[in-house]
Structures are given as structure tokens and as C-alpha cells.
Design a protein around this ligand. Structure first.
Ligand code: FES
Length: 274
């Protein structure tokens, strides 16, 4: 069993942070890897990329948006409660190397996934500019942490309530226009955001990495639930990813597969909340 030792609510209670005792995972995990959690015996297996690990304390931190029944069950766990299963670390770690100037782009809870990757890219010597965005100021997460993890933080909100008014892609375009020496862009967030970031960086011929979070079941490459098309080939995000070349991903297919169970999920969530 995996005990929750810290719990925080963010973004008006729609996003939850859980720090969980998981010493073996904390010792091995690297930026970009994920875990699969199950709250109880009948629970759904939910994949979440780790936002933080502390090998000395023996804890991992996950940050998730409450979007359905399973994440609502997670939300209702308090400090001292336990997850029945936490499996990991899974997936390939981010390749961290000094390439020069890097831009990290995060949207929504993708910012949580981006945080350890940003810090890792800075630690190996890159100059890291970071752009984070949300629909409005209240939904923005981890601003202070991202400021500390990067050299230069830019903030965008869709409604203009904080930072630049507009999408992260507009800020990215301005940076690419003003600095011709960007070597790498890392984009993590909603599928449309990653799609449009990749579209822009392709025009500028800048290598782009995205982290995908498709539906997963076993997390070990056996079930095929997490399949995505990358460069015309089928890849399993759980073992081949979760990070892929952003210019090669079929985002429309990914978005369609993510929507496959949305009606069932909505009904389960409504029944759980009733
Ligand atoms: Fe089953 Fe990836 S989750 S193959």
C-alpha cells in the first residue's frame, strides 16, 4: 500500500497534488517517466507522469486534473489514506543533453509533467526558456516552481487575466522569430496545444519533443491500448514513449482515440457524484 503524505488542491480544486510514499520507485525514477495508480481493488488503472520524486524521503508526487470517476476517487483520498497499487517507473526517461537554447512549453496539467524535464534540461547546461499557459490566472499551476526550474519564464492566459493575453503558441512564435538559435522545443499539454506547437516548430525546423498520455491498460506493451501513430508506424506509448518526435505524431487519431469512451466516462462520473 502507498500512503499519501501530502495533498494540495490547485486551480480552484480542479487539480490535485498527492505526494505518495513509494521509496523503490522514488529511487529509480527519472524525468519523463510515469506510474500507473489504482485506488482500490476494483479501481481503474490510471497512468500519470511523475511531477517530482524525492529519493531521500522515498516519495513521488503526482498532479492530476479531476476529469472522471477514477480521478474523483483519487481526489477523495485524504492524507494518511493509501493507494492500493502504484506501479513504476514506467516508460522511457527524457533524453537530457546540452544542446544550447531550449524552449519548454506547458499547458494545463502538462506543466506538472514538464517541471522535472525543464529542471533536468537546465541542470545539464541548457539555457531554458519556459512558456506556461492556462485558460485564466486561477487555473495556472506551478508558476514559482517553473520560474526556479528555468532561466526565463513567460506566462500566457487565454482570457488575459495574467501574463500575456493569448495562447502559448503565440509567445513561442515570437521567441522563434527573435532567436534563431533555438535547438529544441519540448511541449506537454492538451493534444491541440502539442499539435499546434509542433506545426509552428516544423515551419522553423526546430526539433520538438511531446509527451503523450493516451488511454492505457497494462502499461507494459501487452494490450495495445496506448497505441499511437508516429511517422506512419504504430508505437506503444507505454514502452516506446511517452515522449515522441512532435513532428511525426498523428494528433487527430490520438484525439479521436481519447474521445472513444467520453460518454461512458461522463455517465460514470455523474453516477459517482450523485
Ligand atoms: Fe497496454 Fe501500452 S498500455 S500496450
Amino acid at each position: 500500500m502507498f500512503k499519501i503524505v501530502r495533498r494540495e488542491e490547485m486551480a480552484e480544486g480542479t487539480v490535485i497534488l498527492n505526494e505518495i510514499e513509494a521509496p523503490l520507485i522514488a529511487r529509480k525514477a527519472k524525468p519523463g517517466q510515469f506510474v500507473i495508480l489504482k485506488a482500490n481493488e476494483e479501481g481503474e488503472r490510471v497512468p500519470l507522469t511523475m511531477a517530482e520524486t524525492d529519493s531521500e524521503k522515498g516519495t513521488i508526487t503526482i498532479i492530476y486534473m479531476v476529469v472522471g470517476k477514477s480521478t474523483a476517487i483519487f481526489r477523495d483520498l485524504k492524507v494518511g489514506d493509501e493507494y492500493q497499487d502504484v506501479i513504476g517507473p514506467l516508460g522511457k526517461a527524457t533524453h537530457l543533453e546540452n544542446v544550447g537554447n531550449v524552449v519548454c512549453v506547458g499547458g494545463g496539467t502538462g506543466v506538472a509533467v514538464l517541471h522535472p524535464i525543464t529542471r533536468g534540461l537546465k541542470d545539464v547546461g541548457n539555457h531554458v526558456t519556459c512558456i506556461i499557459g492556462a485558460r485564466n490566472k486561477d487555473l495556472l499551476i506551478l508558476e514559482e516552481q517553473m520560474k526556479a526550474a528555468s532561466h526565463d519564464l513567460r506566462v500566457c492566459t487565454d482570457d488575459g487575466s495574467y501574463g500575456r493575453s493569448g495562447f502559448v503558441t503565440e509567445e513561442l512564435k515570437d521567441i522563434l522569430d527573435s532567436d534563431k538559435d533555438i535547438k529544441l522545443v519540448v511541449a506537454i499539454g492538451p493534444v491541440p496545444m502539442m499539435k499546434f506547437v509542433s506545426k509552428i516548430t516544423k515551419e522553423y525546423n526546430v526539433k520538438t519533443i511531446v509527451s503523450l498520455n493516451p488511454i492505457m491498460v497494462d502499461g507494459t506493451g501487452m494490450c495495445g491500448g496506448c497505441r499511437v501513430s508516429v511517422g506512419g508506424e504504430t508505437k506503444f506509448a507505454c514502452v516506446d514513449g511517452p515522449e515522441f518526435d512532435g513532428h511525426e505524431v498523428d494528433y487527430d487519431e490520438l484525439a479521436k482515440r481519447l474521445q472513444a469512451y467520453s460518454e461512458d466516462e461522463k455517465k460514470c462520473y455523474e453516477d459517482y457524484c450523485a
